[in-house]
Design a binder for this molecule. Structure first.
Ligand SMILES: Nc1ncnc2c1ncn2[C@@H]1O[C@H](COP(=O)(O)OP(=O)(O)OP(=O)(O)O)[C@@H](O)[C@H]1O
Ligand SMILES: [Mg+2]
Length: 642
């Protein structure tokens, strides 16, 4: 699948943004959530401190009321005088004024003398009560939270037993027990010793308040710590007092909007706070929603866990805070992504426009419109590339033009030579037969003539001239590709050596230095050895003539870099060839030699021979300093290594 540069850029940008965004959100979210939860837990811890303070204050108040009441004269005097009526009236008065549920007097053995709330119940023994037994055994004063059984409650007042009566129900996360009925009660209670004039213990006064269904304490906690603030229609903070794991005083509401009295705390909290007696600060499921809560055990004077005091803040507020923070975060990431897309698009456009221009320009050049130029404006890398492209286009154009000129020339040259070849072949053919006849008849005539005949000389001249004509005609045939080469596997270096060996003895070569630079691993190729030797002889003789018998002839053989041809170069230090003649030297009868010295057929024949071998012959010359002839012959498959 082809993915465009723009898409790639967009994907890269988006990937970076998404990765950064995700990491930032994860880290940020963790920090925020941890911060919010920590703050909430700190808050709730403080709230629990306030709640404990309020709980203790209430215990202190009851303790003070009982202590001061026990010091009143009428109590001592009433016990001593056995004035039950006064005692009952006075104590009931105090009980009501101080809003106590219970205020009862016993004798020095713990037998009840007067029950201010329930006058009809007396005479029972209270010495087994924790607080009273502590006072009977020497403590002046004792106070704390105790559990009162139903029978005790009935004695203190039937209405108190009713107040304590609670149907216990399980909540989704609480211990799942069969619903039960709770008849005992949790009571804040104080007991004080009563002494006679001599300081002897004559009785015990005890008083207390039932916590069950007594909303005063928990509402005070809620009011002081949470100022009755509401969140989403419910109190933001709540407070509860448990007896065991059961709510007995609370401002947590159940589904019907009633105080959730009788519901159980969650199992986790029960196990930590009631069973182990240690505090709990964490989120907890309270009746029907999550709260961030703090619980601590309420112990009786013997250190037994009898109940739990708790406060809680609705978790929803913090959840909402967290959600808002997450939303803001996501918003920022989303915004960042949109900006990234816009920026990457703009960048892509900026980069792509000049690239598209380059692609368009390349297309134009490919079509042959080399005059097209890339429009470059800014001085960046892409525009530099554009300039280079433009330079390349103009060089291409130059080269193209030169190549065209050169090929035009070559075509013209080979066309001319081909026409000349046809012409020459025609002429040679026409002349060859009459020439043969002339020679034959001349020979016959010569044979008939007497040895001393004067005509004989003329006939011999006729034969010589006619032979010369025959030689020329043969040359024309050679040039016009009329004689087929008889090829054989041959070593070019060997042919060269033989050619040079023949010339070496001639006077013309006496002052010429021949330098050979021959490739030793030249492959053997299929050639007509005689014809190739004829070509080499022609070229070597021409060079000797051009150097007027003095100079240096260098012969080089090698394999072309593409390994398809053998290249033979003859380089002389002769007079060179004039530019205007360079095109003509391969034409038959072109010669600069004096009349009678040269026929001008040497190079024409060589050209014909090389052509027939599917090779090329090329000349390079500089007037006054020398000439090079370069012959290339194809390496045939059957040729073997030297
Ligand atoms: N090496 C060379 N240096 C300078 N000019 C050369 C050289 N080779 C050939 N020529 C020029 O090319 C012409 C044609 O050469 P070519 O071999 O075809 O004929 P020729 O040598 O003049 O006569 P022929 O070879 O028939 O005796 C020569 O007359 C000469 O002017
Ligand atoms: Mg020649």
């Amino acid at each position: 699948m082809k993915i465009s540069l723009r898409t790639k850029l967009n994907i890269s940008f988006l990937t970076v943004i998404i990765i950064c965004g995700l990491v930032a959100s994860l880290v940020g979210m963790r920090l925020i959530v941890a911060g919010i939860i920590n703050q909430a837990q700190d808050n709730v811890k403080n709230d629990l401190n306030s709640a404990r303070e309020i709980y203790q204050q209430e215990t202190e108040r009851i303790k003070d009321v009982v202590r001061f009441a026990a010091l009143r004269f009428f109590v001592r005097d009433g016990i001593l005088a056995n004035d039950i009526k006064t005692l009952r009236e006075e104590l009931d008065e105090i009980r009501k004024v101080e809003s106590l549920d219970i205020l009862t007097l016993t004798d020095k053995n713990g037998h009840v003398i007067v029950r201010s709330r329930n006058a009809s119940a007396f005479g029972d023994n209270q010495r087994y009560d924790q607080l009273i037994s502590q006072v009977l055994s020497g403590n002046k004063l004792s106070a704390g939270t105790v559990i009162l059984k139903e029978e005790e409650l009935i004695k203190e007042g039937n209405d108190l037993a009713q107040q304590a009566y609670t149907e216990v129900v399980s909540t989704p996360k609480s211990i799942q027990k069969l619903d039960a009925v709770q008849t005992s009660a949790m009571c804040m209670k104080a007991a004080s010793a009563v002494f006679d004039h001599e300081g002897r213990l004559i009785g015990v006064l005890y008083g207390g308040n039932l916590i069950n269904r007594n909303s005063r304490l928990v509402d005070k906690v809620k009011k002081t710590t949470y100022q009755d603030i509401k969140y989403r229609g419910a109190d933001i903070g709540v407070s509860t007092i448990f007896q065991g794991d059961t709510r007995i005083a609370t401002n947590v509401l159940d589904g019907n909007g009633n105080r959730a009295i009788g519901t159980r705390m969650s199992k986790e909290v029960y196990e930590q706070v009631v069973a182990k007696g240690t505090p709990w600060i964490n989120r907890a499921f309270v009746v029907d929603k999550w709260y961030i809560t703090a619980y601590e055990p309420i112990k009786d004077t013997l250190g037994q866990v009898v109940g739990v005091l708790s406060v809680g803040i609705q978790e929803q507020e913090f959840v909402d805070m967290r959600n808002r923070a997450i939303l803001i975060f996501l918003g920022i990431i989303f915004g960042g992504m949109i900006i990234a897309v816009i920026v990457s698009n703009m960048l892509a456009k900026g980069i792509l426009r000049p690239i598209k221009e380059l692609i368009f320009a390349s297309g134009q050049w490919a079509k042959g419109n080399l005059d097209y130029r890339v429009k470059t404006t800014k001085g960046d890398e892409v525009s530099e590339l554009g300039q280079t492209f433009n330079l390349m286009a103009s060089s291409l154009k130059d080269r193209d033009e030169k190549l065209k000129e050169y090929t035009d020339e070559q075509i013209m040259k080979s066309e001319r030579l081909a026409t000349l070849g046809q012409l020459s072949a025609g002429v040679a053919h026409e002349i060859n037969n009459p020439l043969g006849a002339i020679l034959m008849y001349t020979h016959l005539a010569l044979e008939d003539l007497d040895q001393k005949d004067v005509l004989r000389k003329n006939l011999e001249k006729t034969i010589a001239e006619a032979s010369r004509c025959k030689y020329i005609v043969k040359g024309l045939f050679d040039f016009a590709h009329q004689t087929e080469p008889k090829v054989q596997d041959a070593d070019i270096n060997g042919i060269l050596a033989r050619t040079l060996a023949v010339t070496r003895d001639q006077a013309l070569f006496r002052n010429i230095t021949i330098t050979r630079n021959l490739c030793s691993s030249l492959p053997w190729i299929l050639v007509d050895v005689g014809q190739i030797q004829q070509v080499f002889t022609n070229i070597v003789l021409n060079a000797a003539h051009a150097m007027r018998g003095e100079g240096e002839l260098t012969v080089v053989t090698k394999v072309t870099p593409d390994e398809k041809n053998i290249e033979i170069e003859f380089r002389d230090t002769g007079c060179g060839i004039e530019q205007e003649n360079l095109e003509k030297i391969f034409e038959p009868f072109f010669t600069t030699k004096e009349v009678g010295k040269g026929t001008g057929l040497g190079l024409a024949v060589s050209y014909g021979i090389i052509k027939r071998h599917n090779g090329t012959i090329e000349v390079r010359s500089k007037l006054g300093s020398g000439t090079s002839f370069i012959i290339r012959l194809p390496i045939t498959d059957t040729g073997k290594e030297d």
